[in-house]
Design a protein around this ligand. Structure first.
Ligand code: DQA
Length: 382
């Protein structure tokens, strides 16, 4: 696949320009990381930075012949340039828009992107790693294009369905992404897991849900994930889904949501798999205070018990908790304590600890340890 990496105005100043907002990496450094990531995925990358709208438009037109995907940081043009919107639309090359900073939490005018509607996806607020996630997203949507279906009226109430080649009926893996319930992190994080697991013969249902801020909050996020699992029912006949073999798989904060969805959804899963899950919020440590407070809002104390998986045991289904020993984000102790408590409460549960594996490795088919993760994800539905 040929990927065009386009950077718009002022991005040549990366590293020097407002490092507190955009970080210290230079544009050359970013381009180097993108080259390495593209090569790893087997793709060729071409790059251009320009401060001129017309030059960017012409590069997008040329991409019709020369690229299969575009990763585009339009800079401030994204807030104003209908001409760039039209160029992306006319070129019809799948384009992922990326912003390094969290444009939704800055000046109100940055919240609007006029270019986004022409793009297949937008990534923002993840720092420079957003560029790599954008390349991954292009890679996985080409490897196995999803069917995106809505399960509610809100734009975040959608999920990607991928079906195996076999005639079915298919077991189903519901994937719930993490990201601390916050706005910048979306289901593209689970693209790799979705494509890999589908290739192993299970249908995947990679769900989006409302997050915080500005919408969402614990009630909305939890209701959405539960509704998304229930939404398998009306589509099961057409897509030959076997609703007796549904597993809910959640990563990080998505494991918190997945656990409750497994308990409350109208479709009852046979198993729950936590990948580096946040499963014992009461003892997760003060480093998570800001995330938990944003998720629970003002009534944190009153509601912590209602959203804490370890306090809601037994689940009534089998549980596998997978955790990398090198996880520097969510402590492996979360999984250890949860499995101990769920066994004590009578759920068939087990722990899979993986040496040399970190927080994001457990959702990456490219990482060491993935084979064990994939086996754990599929074990319940076989
Ligand atoms: C930016 C965000 C834009 O609002 C800003 O004008 C930029 C950079 C980002 O990457 O965060 O130039 O696109």
């Amino acid at each position: 696949m040929r990927i065009l990496l386009l950077n718009g105005p002022n991005l040549n100043l990366l590293g020097r320009r407002a490092p507190e907002v955009y970080g210290s990496a230079t544009l050359d450094g970013v381009v180097e990381q993108c080259h390495a990531h593209s090569t790893r995925l087997g793709h060729r990358l071409e790059t251009l930075q320009s401060n001129h709208e017309g030059e960017l438009i012409e590069a997008i037109h040329a991409a019709r012949q020369t690229a299969d995907g575009i990763v585009f940081n339009p800079g401030a043009f994204s807030h104003t340039s209908y001409a760039l919107h039209d160029a992306i639309e006319a070129a019809d090359v799948p384009t992922v828009e990326i912003h390094i900073s969290n444009v939704r939490e800055r000046e109100p005018w940055r919240r609007i992107s006029v270019t986004e509607p022409a793009c297949v996806h937008q990534i923002f607020g993840r720092g420079v790693s957003g560029y790599l996630d954008a390349i991954s997203h292009l890679h996985y949507r080409r490897a196995h294009p999803p069917l995106t279906l809505s399960y509610g009226p809100h734009p975040d109430q959608v999920a990607d369905l991928r079906l195996p080649e076999a005639p079915g009926p298919h077991p189903v893996a519901v994937l719930v992404h993490g990201g601390g319930w916050t706005d910048p992190y979306t289901r593209d994080l689970m693209d790799g897991a979705a494509v890999d697991l589908t290739g192993r013969g299970t249908a995947t249902w990679n769900i989006e849900y409302r997050r915080v801020p500005p919408v969402g909050g614990w009630r909305d996020s939890m209701a959405d994930v539960s509704a998304a699992v229930g939404a398998l029912s009306p589509i099961s006949h057409d897509h030959r889904l076997d609703l007796d073999r549904v597993t809910v798989i959640g990563h990080s904060a998505g494991a918190q949501l997945g656990f409750f969805a497994a308990r409350t959804a109208s479709v009852r899963p046979v198993g729950f798999v936590s990948l580096a899950g946040m499963l014992d919020l009461g003892s997760i440590g003060s480093g998570f205070d800001h995330l938990i407070s944003a998720f629970l809002g003002d009534d944190r104390r009153a509601h912590l018990a209602e959203v804490d998986p370890i306090k809601a045991l037994p689940g009534g289904f089998s549980t596998v908790a997978v955790h990398g020993r090198r996880d520097g984000s969510v402590p492996p102790d979360q999984s250890r304590r949860f499995v101990e408590a769920s066994l004590a409460a009578g759920d068939p549960s087990h722990l899979v600890e993986l040496e040399g594996v970190d927080h994001m490795d457990v959702i990456s088919p490219l990482a060491a340890g993935w084979e064990s993760v994939a086996q754990a994800c599929l074990a319940g539905s076989e």
